[in-house]
Design a protein around this ligand. Structure first.
Ligand code: PHE
Length: 452
């Protein structure tokens, strides 16, 4: 069954694939710009709090549901609770990841374009030129749409042909390489003149900048980055083996994910302050800061800067791909198993829907800027709707279901692999799932809507 469902290779492969889902543009693109818009260090502290208190227990919850049921998210929610109504939470997750894939592909497409532009040496020029380059490109009507669709199609090819095994194998090499490259760029960025202000911005918290919505932003970012609340972790966990230590895997993935996000922050902010890019410039932040780093930090050795630039965008594209594969896989597994259609046709349904969302989001960035919903561009709206409403809602409902509607013994057996691992932590996790997670998410929601 597992093979037919996903062609995931080895045990280590599936854990790697789960880490690959978590690590992506959420860490390298979204985390820095969220941090920049929400006051730097103070945001990071809230973010880490959310990871520890809500993120890790939430990940374990999805792992428990998925591995217990060994099926797609929709079925899994019904199976563990014994009630069909809970399957709707699985559907919510599938919907969420489809919308995310739509706008995520826009940014992944930008990365592809930047990969080719850096190979062709088009990103060379002063800070103004680099800013202008991004603006001209991202507001073009055609190019970014095509790159976005290209990204969805690449994802489609991997998912429909079931070549995840190759991707897993590649990620064993490429993920550590990304980590090493990040460290190199962090060092280069911190050595730029005036970088110290950026380091200060990242490390010294200024709580006066924390407005009432920052907590929800931190929560949304934590969930987005861990791929939590989309049923993605649940789907991947359905391929885990019976002796996978769920708690340990969740902690390892969360740790890796957080380290990469913080490294990305350390890579962007010192450089942004050094070249005078505003830290709250939003989604364009990494695209207008990094080309400057590759030129200025390596001005004595331009070839090194050139190669590092290319490597960086190539690895970013790869990291984004391992995430988009996971978003695509959730819906594909669902359509394939529930509608009983061929895996390839199931994948096409998702590809077409996501491409349409991707094109609309891409156009809303500039070319058709009146494509707005509730005052936001469609792109921002999809981001807000998923990160700040759908993901927390998915995690809230998942926690309520596990905490109150599933037998404690079932949860104990699943989490501890029938009493063999993590026994000491079961009560703590169960407490979080039953009380802490739902309560915190509810409080944050109420706070956001001005009720408290
Ligand atoms: N976690 C991924 C990232 O950080 C994004 C993602 C969200 C992937 C939801 C799957 C589901 O880039």
């Amino acid at each position: 069954m597992a093979n037919e469902r996903g062609n995931f290779g080895t045990k280590i492969g599936i854990i790697l694939a789960t880490a690959g889902s978590a690590v992506g543009l959420g860490n390298v693109w979204r985390f820095p710009f969220m941090t920049g818009q929400n006051g730097g260090a103070a945001f990071i502290i809230l973010y880490i709090g959310c990871i520890l208190l809500l993120g890790i227990p939430g990940m374990v919850s999805e792992f428990v549901i998925g591995r217990h049921a060994q099926s797609n998210a929709y079925r899994a929610y019904g199976k563990i609770s014994g009630k069909k109504a809970w399957r709707l939470v699985g559907i919510l997750g599938i919907l969420t990841s489809t919308v995310i894939l739509g706008f995520y592909a826009v940014v992944a497409g930008w990365c592809l374009q930047y990969l080719f532009a850096s190979v062709g040496g088009q990103l060379r020029g002063d800070a103004n030129y680099v800013t202008q380059y991004f603006q001209t490109f991202s507001t073009d009507a055609l190019k970014p749409c095509l790159w976005g669709i290209a990204f969805v199609l690449i994802t489609h090819l991997v998912v429909a042909r079931g070549v995840q095994r190759g991707i897993e194998r590649a990620s064993k090499v490429l993920m550590p390489l990304l980590l090493v490259l990040l460290v190199v760029i962090v060092v280069a960025s911190c050595l730029l003149p005036g970088a110290v202000d950026g380091i200060r911005f990242l490390l010294l918290p200024d709580f006066s900048k924390v407005t009432h919505s920052v907590l929800l932003e931190a929560l949304g970012q934590a969930f987005f980055s861990l791929s939590l609340g989309t049923a993605c972790l649940c789907t991947y966990a359905s391929y885990f083996s019976r002796d996978t230590n769920l708690l340990r895997s969740a902690m390892q993935i969360a740790l890796l994910d957080t380290i990469i996000a913080i490294l990305a922050g350390l890579m962007i902010f010192p450089a942004a302050f050094s070249v005078g890019v505003n830290p709250d410039s939003g989604p364009s932040l990494i695209f207008i800061t990094l080309p400057n780093v590759f030129q200025q930090a390596f001005s004595g050795m331009p070839v090194v800067g050139y190669v590092i630039g290319i490597l960086f965008y190539a690895l970013l594209v790869f990291a984004a791909l391992t995430s988009t594969i996971s978003m695509h896989e959730i819906g594909t597994a669902f359509f394939h198993e529930e509608l009983k259609i061929e895996r390839r046709s199931a994948a096409w349904i998702l590809t077409v829907v996501c491409s349409i969302i991707c094109v609309c989001c891409s156009l809303s960035v500039g070319a058709v800027s009146d494509l707005r919903v509730l005052g936001y561009s469609l792109m921002d709206f999809c981001d807000l709707l998923t990160a700040q409403v759908m993901l927390p809602l998915g995690a809230l409902l998942t926690s309520l279901m596990l905490g109150w509607f599933v037998s404690r013994q079932t949860l104990y057996d699943e989490l501890t692999n029938n009493g063999t691992v993590s026994r000491r932590f079961f009560r703590l996790w169960f407490f979080c799932v039953r009380f802490a997670v739902p309560l915190f998410i509810l409080l944050i929601f109420l706070h956001q809507f001005g009720v408290i």
